[in-house]
Design a protein around this ligand. Sequence first.
Ligand SMILES: Nc1nc(=O)c2c([nH]1)NC[C@@H]1CN(c3ccc(C(=O)N[C@@H](CCC(=O)O)C(=O)O)cc3)C=[N+]21
Length: 297
Amino acid sequence: MSATVIDGKAFAAKVRGQVATHVTALKNDHGITPGLAVVLVGEDPASQVYVRSKGKMTVEVGMKSVEHKLDADTSEADLLALIQKLNDDAQIHGILVQLPLPDHLDEDLVINSIDPAKDVDGFHISNVGLLGTGQDSMVPCTPLGCLMMLRDHHGSLSGMDAVVIGRSNIVGKPMAQLLLGDSCTVTIAHSRTKDLAEVVRRADIVVAAVGRPQMVPGDWIKPGATVIDVGINRIDKPEGGTRLVGDVDYESCAAVAGAITPVPGGVGPMTIACLLANTVTACCRANGLPAPEGLTA
Ligand SMILES: Nc1nc(=O)c2c([nH]1)NC[C@@H]1CN(c3ccc(C(=O)N[C@@H](CCC(=O)O)C(=O)O)cc3)C=[N+]21
């Protein structure tokens, strides 16, 4: 194995430390405590785990954490009313509605009802448009975490060939925008891409975000390339039980890559750290203060 392992868990702890420092300063200098509200509809067990760990880390960095757990059959009107209340609440600077929502709820409508300034997921159409035009916005947490790790590892990304596998609104598309913003030559590949192996082989940076376990083999990776694995897939182990794997085949990719993020312990912890970073950013902007450097795109 030759690749440098990018330790997302350690990096995330460092980012949370920086967030905590800014939170302390906001309290001491301005008497403001950043507040994050997480809304969970229904009881998907995996979602409940994430919500719990987000809440715990929010409190650890000194912010106010509010959780709203709604029944799976909550009406759209009731959910929109809650979001309106959170939009109007001066103590709440960030709002996250856990996705996916139950089928009877219109996800786009719900997300676009969040005040864009409090949209710490960066999914509101205003934030998508601001990011696409290079203006200050809330940036989706997972791509922001990937960008932070890439910048930390490479310094400048200028002129690098980047391939993003996956075209979701949550990861693939915003990731491509961020890489373009850092002057990469960006390709977005997806399930209909012709000769995906050849496309990936050109890349200095590969970001895999398709949600298919271990689909990228090592012989697609250019020697020395950096591999960012966004996938979190639970698979059965041959000997029984389950384990988490990413969208890339870790062993074979690590043998060829220059650097790689593991699963677990890579992108996942950075996602949560960036959620906290976005909440501090939203709080600063809401109070006319500059956003903390190093925690934004
Ligand atoms: N509006 C919205 N925003 C989200 O950001 C969002 C969401 N909805 N819905 C669910 C997904 C999932 N998600 C994860 C975040 C961190 C880990 C994470 O830290 N994972 C650990 C492993 C955790 C384990 O062991 O199960 C790791 O990769 O090391 C995983 C998953 C955020 N999501």
